[in-house]
Design a protein around this ligand. Structure first.
Ligand code: AMP
Length: 220
């Protein structure tokens, strides 16, 4: 097996965000939320709604370029000027894995002279060098997986398939490939929709009911 990948459902997202909301609601009263783009955007928007915080900003961090592969160090992409002096700020991301992205964002935000800064993620891996103030669920290092969030399904399945799809394969065979190589379980109906989207986008070729990668997309 290359590594384990786990599909996350919208129910999981709601549960984790609600857990974070419960922890925050009586302990911290942020003036604004900063969502880390791209992974933290949806959780930040959900918390903006459930905590009644309309001021929602975003800054972009980049660390894991291709599914489950780190690109060296985490970087902040063109964060610009944030008008947060004297404000209570909540920084939100999907997951703290190495913790580098949240650490970097936290350091950047602290330099803008806010009154107080707290951090929240839906998932927190125990190995992370940065521990958020609030998180929905803790994952031990032993249970590490690449979590495929609903907003990243196309990108992740595309990256995973380009590693393991070597011959023309039916929907059932693609389902098995993902299970055998990554323990990844995606309901067939959902997977079919994603694969059909790939065909439309030119990421896969469909011939006689079998899918294959276009010639240039095979990763050695
Ligand atoms: P990190 O800097 O290692 O804490 O992770 C930075 C970002 O990469 C996270 O906000 C996620 O968007 C993504 N990421 C890192 N690890 C994972 C993982 N195990 N599953 C899904 N996404 C991840």
């Amino acid at each position: 097996m290359e590594f384990r990948a786990k599909a996350v459902s919208w129910d999981d997202i709601e549960r984790w965000c609600d857990e974070v909301r419960k922890q925050i609601v009586n302990t911290f009263s942020p003036d604004l939320i900063i969502g880390l783009s791209r992974g933290g955007l949806v959780p930040a928007r959900i918390l903006s709604d459930s905590l009644w915080i309309k001021d929602l900003l975003s800054i972009k961090t980049e660390h894991w370029g291709i599914t489950a592969t780190q690109d060296g160090k985490a970087v902040l992409r063109d964060p610009g000027v944030l008008n947060i002096k004297g404000k209570r700020v909540l920084i939100v991301d999907d997951i703290t894995d190495t913790g580098q992205s949240m650490k970097l964002a936290h350091e950047f935000v602290m330099k803008q002279n806010p009154a107080e800064v707290k951090t929240a993620t839906m998932l927190h891996i125990t190995r992370s060098s940065f521990v958020p103030d609030f998180y929905g669920e803790e994952i031990t290092e032993k249970n590490w997986a690449w979590f495929i969030f609903p907003w990243n399904v196309h990108e992740d399945v595309d990256n995973l398939l380009s590693r393991v799809l070597r011959k023309e394969s039916s929907l059932e065979q693609v389902t098995e490939l993902l299970q055998d190589n990554f323990e990844l379980v995606i309901p067939q109906k959902h997977l079919k929709k994603v694969l059909d989207d790939f065909v439309t986008a030119g990421k896969l070729v469909l011939k006689s009911g079998k899918f294959r990668l276009p010639e240039k997309a095979v990763v050695q």
